[in-house]
Design a binder for this molecule. Structure first.
Ligand code: IPD
Ligand code: CA
Ligand code: CA
Length: 257
């Protein structure tokens, strides 16, 4: 399944790449949440191929109505993660595809066609970027850790969420090496997996933002949890925390200060 999955996603990557270098029609789903014809085009391409080739799986996808789809054996798609980067020409954008069997992560692909970086993982078999095995960083000192985060679209509509973002930055920034906000959650998780970041946290993520990155990170030796340290529920939890494992407890502690 994995080889075919990669072939299809690489083909979809040519659509994303063509869009990246073209003028785009943009519509707004909410004040900050935008969508282009390429998001829909990549999604339709992937959905059609997956449903045709992987008949044991249903598909949950960002730009689709998923209300009648039951999560179980499911392929969860973000056709373009980092849409704001995509629209503005920032080359940090990716197709993210997480395959779940009995609600458990089974296979994962995150593909950035602009940088031609393909991250992949299979349960129990490690994770790789362009064939090179990934391993989380060894750093265990929080003060020396580079931490990534993201800002929710609700920062424009929900004062509580905005206040919480600012409060957590105020606490974390002086305690760590530095903070990054690169704008694609799937890739943020891959960057923890490959040891570029020691940790990452964000609120209000959707299942498609992280469905693939979670397995890529855990297969590289990393750890994912909610803000209390419990198992992260991709549909329910407010906060995701993801680290190299070594700074996990301290990140939990600091985000709860
Ligand atoms: C967004 C990106 C961003 C994150 C947002 C996501 P989209 O996904 O992953 O980094 O901060 O929470 O919604 O809208 O570009 O697919
Ligand atoms: Ca996304
Ligand atoms: Ca998206």
């Amino acid at each position: 399944m994995k080889n075919r999955l990669i072939e299809i996603i690489k083909e979809a990557g040519t659509i994303l790449k063509e869009g990246f270098y073209s003028n785009k029609d943009i519509t707004f789903k909410a004040k900050k949440d935008l969508v282009t014809t390429y998001d829909v085009g990549v999604e339709n391409f992937l959905k059609e191929k997956f449903l045709e080739e992987f008949k044991d799986f249903n598909v949950i996808a960002e730009e689709s109505d998923n209300s009648a789809i039951e999560f179980n054996n499911s392929i969860i798609i973000d056709p373009i993660d980092g849409t704001t980067n995509f629209v503005n020409g920032v080359p940090h954008t990716a197709i993210s595809v997480g395959v779940y069997k009995n609600k458990k992560p089974f296979m994962a692909i995150v593909y950035n066609p602009i940088l031609d970086e393909l991250y992949e993982a299979e349960e129990g078999k490690g994770s790789f970027c362009n064939g090179v095995k990934l391993q989380v960083s060894d750093e265990s000192e929080f003060q020396k850790s580079l931490i990534a985060t993201g800002f929710p679209y609700t920062s424009a509509s929900c004062k509580d969420d905005l206040d919480d973002v600012i409060k957590k930055i105020t606490v974390i920034l002086p305690l760590c090496q530095d903070l990054r906000r690169l704008g694609a959650a799937s890739l943020d998780l891959c960057y923890v997996a490959r040891g570029t970041f020691e940790g990452y946290y964000e609120m209000n993520l959707k299942a498609w933002d992280v469905s693939a990155g979670i397995l890529i990170l855990t297969e590289a030796g990393g750890k994912v949890s909610n803000i209390d340290g419990g198992a992260y529920d991709i549909f329910e939890d407010k906060y995701m925390l993801a680290t190299n494992g070594k700074i996990h407890e301290e990140l939990i502690k600091n985000l709860n200060l």
